[in-house]
Design a protein around this ligand. Structure first.
Ligand SMILES: Nc1ncnc2c1ncn2[C@@H]1O[C@H](COP(=O)(O)OP(=O)(O)OP(=O)(O)O)[C@@H](O)[C@H]1O
Ligand SMILES: [Mg+2]
Length: 359
């Protein structure tokens, strides 16, 4: 791994991609968005905070468990669990920044790999987050993740940190989301995504209340890893127009897209406004005037066969090279057309994210 050069841009934006519904393209979007931001010249860190390690597998090209095992054996300190170990296992050693993995095929894109056993920390975090009488013993846990990212940012001056999360409402996700600067909610156009977003209208106010309490506690303020101040702001949703794993048939997409957009505008956004988890209204209008109709940043069509090619080459669909498609003539021309279309979509998404998070 070569030495990482510092970027000259200053303010870092930590964005989590969250939906407790599985298979809505959180991981795929984290990878594609991160790559696009890097392509635009930003220095980007991707963090795999999902014990399923799909993002790590996608980037390193691993699918078999032996490949992961080999990686952990060769690089025992290069993963999120190892980075947080001293806090969670009360070791007499401070959390420090490690050297992230350089994503091979593009400059400026880095990864903190996940670890399959990161889920072991879920219970410890759950107890720590109760903020009860045990907090004296566990006071270093709630601020640890954020402290660690700040160390990486301080050392390598990333412009963006994108965090891929697991599909749950667990304590780790609560901590990761509430200590981010911003969050995006990827969704799919179906009943379960609508249910999931609706449930966030009550989950996020609970998380906010918890964070408020954590921010006011003397013990957490004076911990080795102080709990950070502030609340994450909602950037928008992304609608993935493909058939998710075990999903319903693809018909009726538009009706679900409309229903999800409507409930985001009429219920989710007002709920976020009440708990200070929205940006200033003017900020959304910088992206487009009609944000009041929908907070959907982009709709991403089905990649169809390109998804397999993308995974095979650890390259986003919009960055696939001609020779990766394995086609010639008219079929290659169709591939190129699709590539341009996806490039346009992810470029738009990246520009929106840049504008919305611009100070
Ligand atoms: N636009 C798309 N078109 C076709 N397939 C897609 C698209 N986006 C993602 N996929 C595929 O759908 C599956 C789920 O995507 P992904 O793993 O990114 O979702 P996720 O939300 O991260 O899932 P989980 O909740 O399990 O972490 C993957 O096999 C991925 O390759
Ligand atoms: Mg995932």
């Amino acid at each position: 791994m070569g030495k990482i050069k510092k970027s000259d841009k200053k303010r870092t934006r930590k964005i989590s991609l969250f939906n407790h519904k599985g298979g809505v393209s959180k991981t795929t979007t984290t990878f594609h968005l991160g790559w696009m931001l890097a392509k635009k010249g930003y220095k980007v860190l991707l963090v795999d905070a999902d014990p399923q390690c799909n993002l790590t597998g996608l980037i390193l090209g691993y699918s078999a468990s032996e490949e992961f095992e080999n990686f952990y054996l060769k690089n025992p300190d290069v993963n999120l669990k190892a980075a947080l170990k001293s806090a969670y296992e009360s070791l007499p050693k401070l959390i420090e920044a490690g050297e992230p993995v350089e994503v091979a095929k593009i400059k400026n894109l880095y990864l903190i790999p996940g670890h399959i056993n990161f889920s072991e920390y879920e219970i410890t975090m759950g107890i720590a987050q109760e903020l009860s009488s045990s907090i004296q013993a566990l006071k270093n846990i709630p601020g640890a993740f954020s402290f660690y990212l700040e160390k990486e940012i301080e050392k390598f001056q990333f412009d963006f940190v994108l965090i891929d999360m697991n599909p749950s409402l667990g304590a780790l996700n609560q901590n990761i989301l509430m200590t981010s600067d911003y969050f995006i909610v990827p969704t799919s156009p179906d009943y379960f995504s609508k249910m999931a977003i609706d449930s966030l209208n009550t989950v996020f106010p609970r998380w906010k209340k918890w964070s408020e309490r954590a921010q006011s506690m003397y013990e957490l303020d004076n911990a080795a890893y102080p709990f950070p101040k502030g609340y994450p702001k909602f950037l928008g949703t992304i609608i993935q127009k493909y058939r998710p794993r075990n999903g319903e048939a693809t018909e009726g997409f538009q009706s679900w897209i409309n229903r999800i957009n409507e409930s985001v505008v009429s219920e989710f956004v007002p709920a976020m406004y009440k708990i200070d988890m929205l940006l200033d209204r003017k900020k959304y209008q910088e992206v487009r005037k009609d944000f009041t109709d929908s907070y959907c940043l982009v709709q991403i069509p089905d990649f169809n066969t390109l998804i397999a090619t993308s995974q095979e080459h650890q390259t986003p669909v919009f960055a696939l090279k001609d020779n990766m498609f394995g086609h010639v003539g008219a079929i290659l021309q169709q591939d190129q057309k699709k590539r341009r279309e996806f490039h346009r979509i992810f470029s738009k998404l990246a520009e929106e994210v840049i504008t919305l998070t611009d100070a």
